[in-house]
Every structure is written in structure tokens, then in C-alpha cells.
Design a protein around this ligand. Structure first.
Ligand SMILES: NC(=O)c1ccc[n+]([C@@H]2O[C@H](COP(=O)([O-])OP(=O)(O)OC[C@H]3O[C@@H](n4cnc5c(N)ncnc54)[C@H](OP(=O)(O)O)[C@@H]3O)[C@@H](O)[C@H]2O)c1
Length: 132
């Protein structure tokens, strides 16, 4: 789960059944060849970060915190580790939350290799139960 894959349907189901959510790769696994720049180079997050004097990573992590999910952000850099922890003494405004809600959503891993005309999942929609 992340700002670019917020999964409201799944989150609602988890809430109903008392399942706690953890966001793996909350910064989009930025900088890795298997990762994505969709979060860390997102214009909406860059805008909010600039007007609030925060970093894009902090805005993305704060949003997750406000969704009441845990998150596992990884950094090998001491300064970035500290930066990623500076999310507890400020809040996103309602306007900023509304802007974030408009960020286009995209599942990073589509699972195309599990889809086949002769297999149990004939389309990506079937594989993911509609939420893709
Ligand atoms: N993504 C998954 O599907 C998945 C699956 C299983 C386990 N995990 C585990 O979940 C943890 C986090 O996932 P992840 O590493 O995939 O992704 P992530 O936390 O979304 O992104 C980590 C990347 O972002 C960079 N980064 C971290 N903080 C930053 C900041 N403030 N500014 C700029 N860049 C920053 C890191 O670089 P630097 O290190 O150079 O700061 C690293 O390249 C890892 O321990 C991983 O093993 C993830």
C-alpha cells in the first residue's frame, strides 16, 4: 500500500475483519531497478512537500500514518532514516489530503505471468478480484 496504491476496497475488508495493514515499499522501492519513481517524483507530493517544508518521502509516509497503517520504509542512509522518522509532529491539511486522494492509482506488480487463456485466471482483473 502507498499513496499511488491506496486500495480502499481491501482496506475496508481488513477493517471489517480486524486485520492490520502494513505498507511494504512505501516509497515505491525508489532507486532500485525493480522499483518505481511514481511516488518519489510525484508532482502532487512534490508540491505539498515544497509548501510545507517537508520532503516527498515525509509527505508519503505521513499520509500512510494518517491512514492508520504501519509502514516499512528502508534506507541505508543515516540522514534519510532520520528524515523518514520526522513525520509525527505535523499533519496534512484537509486540502492536502484531498490532493493526495486524486493521485492516479497503479498496482506496481500486475502479475501478468499468472494470466493465461488456459489457466484459472484468464485476465488480470480475475487475478486481482477486480482491484487493479
Ligand atoms: N517492496 C516490496 O514488495 C517488499 C517485499 C518484501 C519485503 N520488503 C521490505 O520492505 C522494506 C522496504 O521496502 P523497499 O526497500 O522495497 O522500498 P521503500 O522503502 O519504498 O524504498 C527504499 C528506497 O528508497 C530510498 N529512500 C528511503 N528513504 C528515502 C528518502 N527519505 N529520500 C529519498 N530516498 C529514500 C532508499 O534509498 P537509500 O537506502 O539510499 O536511502 C531505497 O532505495 C525493505 O526492508 C524490503 O526488504 C519490500
Amino acid at each position: 500500500m502507498s499513496v499511488t496504491w491506496s486500495q480502499p476496497k481491501l482496506r475496508e475488508l481488513c477493517k471489517k475483519h480486524g486485520i492490520y495493514i502494513t505498507a511494504w515499499g512505501p516509497l515505491g522501492t525508489y532507486g532500485e531497478i525493480w522499483g518505481s519513481n511514481l511516488i518519489m517524483e510525484n508532482p502532487t507530493l512534490e508540491y505539498i512537500a515544497s509548501i510545507r517544508g517537508k520532503t516527498v518521502a515525509q509527505v508519503a509516509l505521513r499520509w500512510l500514518y494518517e491512514q492508520k497503517v504501519t509502514m516499512i520504509a528502508k534506507s541505508f542512509n543515516k540522514e534519510r532514516m532520520k528524515e523518514n522518522l520526522q513525520i509525527f509532529d505535523w499533519k496534512l491539511t484537509k486540502e492536502e489530503a484531498k490532493l493526495i486522494a486524486k493521485i492516479p492509482q497503479q498496482r506496481r506488480y500486475q502479475g501478468n505471468e499468472f494470466v493465461s487463456p488456459s489457466g484459472p485466471y484468464k485476465t488480470v482483473d480475475e487475478l486481482w478480484d477486480g482491484e487493479i
